[in-house]
Design a protein around this ligand. Sequence first.
Ligand SMILES: [Zn+2]
Length: 359
Amino acid sequence: MKATYYHDRADVRVGNLPEPQLIQDGDAIVRVTLAGICGADLDFTQNGPEMGVQQGMRLGHEFVGVVEAVGKDVHAVKIGDRVVASAMFADGECHFCKKDLTSACEHGGLFGSPMFVEHGGEDIQGGQSEFVRVPYANTSLFTLPEGLRSAETDAKVLPLADNFSTGYHGALNAKVQPGETVVVFGDGAVGQSAVMAAGLFDPAQIVLVGRHSGRLAFGRRAGATHTLNGKTDDVVEQVKNLTNGYGAMSVIDTVGNQASLKQSLAVAQAGAAISVLGFGHLYEPVDAPYGDALFRNLTVHTGIVNVVAYMKTLLPIVESGRIDPSILFTDTLPLSEAVAGYELMRSRSEGTVKVALRP
Ligand SMILES: [Zn+2]
């Protein structure tokens, strides 16, 4: 079967690889109908050795498809079901899963990444592939509702596997409130998702801060009421101007580096909540004015998404048409052209937000 894999730093390839097989009784095999390229995939391919990525690792953790085979313990999905997978599989039974903290599952991991612990090891494959083995299918796969069960609707559902759900996680943790102002840092797919997800909570103003004029223009389509260019605008002053001098009550930082964290704290008004989703500072200590955060009663919430916990909420919202996450896919390519898809994402070309691959 055709699948993308990591060959060397910044060297992604599409090759013919063995088809996955059922290994454990809770496994399912999914025939992928649409897969996404995520910013994290760029991190894995750019920083492979530092992140523990090995040559030959299959890539991709966002996919929708049709169930082809199930192990004998699988009851939540059946052969022929059209499904979306959580980017992070989870057993659904451990201490953390029972608290809906599925990203911390004791037996879980991220598809197509170095983070897949012992469960099947290299046999857990990436989603940018014709077929994928899904462990713990009862928890990790979701049968799509009736209105979202066609090839035409795959692109609406696919971002729920990771990017859109991550944006929603940010909106929840930043406690977006009706009538208030939310500031989103980062104009990539997660930033655009955070803008869309924030809109579900009816804030008065959604301010998107980015560095690419094309993506900022895209942010208006996603629902931003204002956009600021971090390269040319005084972001803190502009946010203060938009909020009677007080600052925003909610901030979602999808960049997660030193500069964005400092700005996030600076644009927040006393009592505000800041959700840090980006992991730009993964490899360096953070230097932040925590005294200021303390004295102004700021809440800083870090953390990655618990997709399993949100899927039941988000699928009906997408089915209702209230939001359409498919707008994130500015480009769709055949799986055989995945290398070009990675290049589009890497170049951050003005028109590209996110790329989908069709096997
Ligand atoms: Zn678990």
